[in-house]
Design a protein. Structure first.
Length: 340
């Protein structure tokens, strides 16, 4: 039975080229397990007997996961990337998209992005068989949910806007937006997008094993957002993980995206950025120069920052504001004005 489970799990190993056909999955699993045993034992042959029926798949954990294995109970707060077969994505998104009770369609996607928490484009299919795919009016986005988040009520916008200091409310709302449970993650940085409790919050969360998520909580008239960082920033002990070609604290590649991008509003300018500076410890300062020349300061937390700068609207608004990063002794590590 152990060999059977290994074969089924290994059948899911290709991360980007899923094939949901059961015979293909079984054949792929047999091939991988056989090759691994041949190498380990140095024998000429090794055989695994697998009954190729749908019933044989029942109860095998992790069948839809390509890599890595599911989170262990003692790894609460750790992020484990979960990839799903397209058929499983469509099953989950059909439940999510029909949650309002207004539609009874099956939702399908051509997207190759099948990671939990990611947003993908979906379109409806007519279950009567008389229309095939519907018109573009039925195209919508679906955030691929975790299994345990599948039947929870979900709102893109909060019923009550949380304050930047209310970590429980921020975590709950970001979990809803991502359809991913951030309960045991840490909020490293947060900043009000305008009036606290009214205009929304920008948030940076981090898992116990160093993965970051950027969460934008906004009122109904604005769009919310969620973005999973692609790279791991800290190891299990909290030590920074840096690119092999990193040149140290003055490496300009560390600071990409810090200078806040500006957006025009009715009466004001709002400039913002969120992120994590690789390898930067606590207590480093980020100074942002407003359009009027005044300076606003932000302090890093494990390298994380959440910058929001608002100012009166004026002509000649820049696309970005200048920013500089300073160490705890006041030394300048990076200056966007110099890098331009």
């Amino acid at each position: 039975m152990k060999d059977l489970r290994e074969a089924m799990l290994d059948a899911g190993a290709p991360r980007d080229d899923w094939n949901a056909e059961i015979p293909t999955l079984i054949a792929a699993g047999q091939k991988r397990v056989r090759r691994r045993k041949l190498i380990a034992a140095g024998t000429a042959a090794a055989v695994i007997a697998i009954i190729g029926t749908t019933a044989a798949l029942t109860g095998i954990p992790g069948l839809n996961r390509a890599d890595p294995d599911p989170v262990k109970p003692d790894k609460s707060g750790f992020y484990v990337e979960e990839r799903l077969a397209p058929a499983e994505v469509e099953r989950r998104c059909t439940i999510v998209m029909n949650a309002d009770g207004q539609t009874k369609y099956t939702w399908v996607t051509d997207s190759t992005e099948t990671r939990v928490g990611r947003t993908i484009a979906m379109q409806t299919t007519d279950l009567t068989g008389n229309g095939g795919s519907h018109a573009a009016a039925f195209l919508q986005n679906c955030v691929i949910p975790q299994e345990k988040m599948l039947h929870q009520p979900r709102r893109a916008h909060p019923a009550k806007m949380p304050l930047p200091t209310d970590t429980d409310a921020l975590t709950e709302q970001c979990s809803r937006q991502a359809s991913y449970d951030f309960t045991d993650w840490t909020i490293l940085a947060s900043a009000a997008r305008g009036r606290p409790g009214v205009d929304g919050v920008n948030v940076v969360l981090m898992s116990a094993n160093g993965y970051a998520v950027h969460c934008n909580i906004s009122p109904p008239e604005s769009s919310t957002g969620i973005r999973f960082g692609e790279g791991r920033l800290h190891d299990d002990e909290g030590e920074p993980i840096l690119p092999p070609d990193d040149a140290g604290p003055e490496d300009p590649d560390r600071y990409v995206g810090i200078a806040p991008r500006c957006y025009r509003e009715e009466r004001q300018i709002r400039c913002l950025s969120t992120g994590v500076i690789p390898g930067l410890p606590d207590g480093y300062r980020i100074e942002v120069v407003r359009p009027d020349g005044s300076v606003k300061e932000f302090v890093t937390n494990r390298g994380a920052f959440a910058i929001v700068v608002r100012s009166d609207k004026e002509s000649g608004t820049p696309d970005r504001l200048d920013a500089k990063v300073m160490d705890q002794d006041g030394g300048v590590l990076w200056d966007s004005a110099i890098e331009r």
